[in-house]
Design a protein around this ligand. Structure first.
Ligand code: NAP
Length: 306
């Protein structure tokens, strides 16, 4: 099958489309013929070698952790899904990839709602899982006043909408060119950077940091207590008493919030959730997609199609 892969660490141009062996689903897994798959900042960190000490990959590596497509093979002990069904979901965390390919094995999935295009569905699962995990951890519910730092990116745009759907009152930070966009998702918009406390209207009950830009001291002050702040992006969170939420096992990892997939699909069907797509490229032009991710200013999720 055709797959995106890299055989050495390096800049985006190490990405190549090559013929690789087909994967097959193990117990509790399914295989899909991929229509679209996502690019996350994590994929670019792995490709560049930034994490090679912490997370050594066996090269060549097929990147991508989320995808949407048509089920074509079912693993043992799987019920409730059949070949031909349209789904979106996540690859097995242990593989750290595998989605940017013609065929991908999913370890978690939900039916693709008709309201989501293939591009939206292909880029939905990882950010929905992450946002749901963080919002659950913060206990965000009706009436909560939530601040999201870095609200215009892949995770932020999804977190804004899932929090609004829970009845939260959301303020999101982004550069000014993204403020109308954030308002269209249901948030009050403000700029990030020094002096944030003066720009955020009223009291804040909880903060989700999706930026990791070093603003945790100010975010903790805004929330009143470090326990009211969760970061998904600042590896130094503990130094500020802030929980750094990640999944994937190992000490300190949170369980995956997989129930979020069906919730997001249901909201999409009601017209209350969409996946803002920052750009779509064919697999062959994945280097351009990684370059956009590395600018740190993508508006929403980056997607590859087949
Ligand atoms: N721990 C986990 O489980 C987990 C899961 C997924 C992602 N992550 C991490 O979370 C972070 C966000 O992921 P993502 O996919 O949302 O990234 P992304 O899509 O690349 O984020 C891009 C967004 O970041 C905003 N931004 C850039 N600099 C900012 C700053 N100083 N303050 C606030 N916003 C800023 C940009 O807004 P403007 O263009 O308006 O500046 C842009 O919309 C990444 O570091 C990623 O590695 C962690």
């Amino acid at each position: 099958m055709r797959a995106l892969h890299f055989a050495e660490y390096g800049p985006p141009d190490v990405l190549r489309v090559a013929d690789v062996p087909e994967p097959h689903p193990g117990p509790a897994q399914i295989r899909i013929r991929v229509r679209a798959s996502g690019v996350t900042p994590g994929d670019t960190y792995l490709r560049s070698g930034r994490f090679r000490e912490m997370i050594p990959l066996s090269l060549p590596h097929v990147p991508g952790v989320d995808a949407a497509g048509v089920v074509d093979e079912i693993g043992p002990a799987v019920t409730g899904v059949r070949p031909g069904d349209e789904v979106f979901g996540l690859t097995d965390l242990a593989r750290l990839g595998g989605a940017n390919a013609e065929l991908a094995v999913l370890a978690a999935w939900a039916p693709k709602p008709a309201a989501m295009s293939w591009a939206e569905a292909g880029g939905a699962a990882a950010n929905v899982e992450t946002a749901t995990r963080a919002l659950d951890r913060l206990g965000v519910g009706g009436g909560a006043r939530l601040l999201i730092e870095g609200a215009a990116g892949g995770v932020g745009t999804v977190a804004v909408q899932l929090a609004v759907a829970r009845g939260a009152l959301v303020t999101g930070t982004a550069s000014e060119r993204n403020h109308d966009f954030l308002r269209s998702l249901g948030a009050v918009a403000t700029t990030y950077g020094p002096g944030l406390a003066e720009r955020v209207p009223g009291k804040v009950d909880a903060v989700l940091d999706c930026a990791g830009s070093g603003s945790l001291p100010e975010l903790v002050k805004l929330a009143g207590d470090a326990s009211r702040v969760v970061t998904i992006a600042d590896l130094g969170g503990a130094a500020h008493g802030v929980h750094m939420s990640r999944s994937g096992g190992g000490p300190g990892a949170d369980p995956q919030a997989l129930h979020g997939l069906a919730i997001a699909a249901g909201l999409a069907g009601q017209g209350r959730f969409r996946v803002p797509v920052a750009g779509v490229w064919p697999l062959e032009q994945a280097a351009r997609a990684h370059e956009l991710s590395e600018t740190g200013h993508a508006r929403g999720k980056i997607v590859l199609t087949l």
